[in-house]
Design a protein around this ligand. Structure first.
Ligand code: APR
Length: 229
């Protein structure tokens, strides 16, 4: 049986593809307060603003490409059983070739019904007011906003518990429950954290920190893991 690697990624892995991270631009996300565009209150207050915001993000994503870090993680599958658990809503892991990607916080290229969270549609154009699901209700971005449950945690937690190697890339680990996944890892397994900044490290045993940008750090670690016995 192949060794199981689980990789938890955040906005930092897509930064070098030209997608902004959340917490290094003075608390603003693409010039908006996060609460205005990424919460249920924000949606209830101003649906048009929220739709426009994600329409812009979707357009931008379609112009971006995976970077060396996304491709390197896909290469790990030559030797390992790899699951990527991402907080990112972009599809750059998939485009780089990763086969098993869990999107904890939803996906920008999907829309979903406001009345039934199981009615989800592939969507690569704008979502407009008046675009409705098959039950006639307004469509919204398929994004987990602040104040909403993270249903895929139940899928992700046992996969993390089962990991033989755990890698974290480009996340500030401040948003729960996703950040708590680190604590589901087994005591004895090797853990790696790659981040461009000198961030506070989670208190888990056998953790090594690679203080590099994702393109450099992930490439280095993947080479190491592909060449060792
Ligand atoms: N390479 C590696 N790491 C980087 C790079 C890079 N080129 N650029 C930035 N980083 C690091 C930052 O140092 C930071 O630790 O990436 C991390 C990004 O952190 P955040 O912006 O907080 O993003 P993330 O942790 O993914 O946010 C979690 O918050 O707003 C919500 O739902 C949203 O999924 C998101 C969640």
């Amino acid at each position: 049986m192949k060794t199981k690697i689980v990789v938890l990624t955040g906005a930092g892995i897509s930064a070098e593809s030209g997608i902004k991270t959340f917490r290094d631009s003075g608390g603003l996300w693409e010039n908006h307060r996060v609460e205005d565009v990424a919460s249920t209150e924000g949606w209830n207050n101003n649906q048009q603003l929220v739709l426009n915001f994600y329409n812009q993000r979707r357009k931008q994503l379609l112009e971006r490409k995976p970077n060396r870090a996304h491709f390197a993680l896909a290469e790990l599958e030559r030797k390992y059983d790899v699951t990527v658990i991402t907080q990112n809503v972009d599809d750059l892991h998939e485009r780089a070739g990763s086969a098993n990607v869990i999107h904890l916080h939803g996906e920008l290229l999907k829309a979903r019904s406001c009345v039934d969270e199981n009615l989800i549609y592939n969507w690569n154009k704008d979502i407009l007011e008046g675009d409705v699901c098959e039950r006639g209700a307004q469509l919204r971005p398929h994004i987990v906003w602040f104040g909403e449950a993270v249903p895929l945690m139940e899928t992700a937690a046992p996969i993390v518990r089962d990991a033989d190697i755990f890698i974290v890339v480009g996340t500030s680990l401040v948003v729960y429950p996703a950040a708590g996944l680190v604590n589901y890892t087994r005591y004895e397994i090797p853990k790696w954290l790659i981040d461009a900044n000198d961030i506070p490290l989670p208190r888990v045993p056998h953790l090594k920190f690679i203080n590099e940008k994702a393109t450099i750090g992930v490439d280095y670690l993947v080479n190491l893991l592909l060449t060792e016995n």
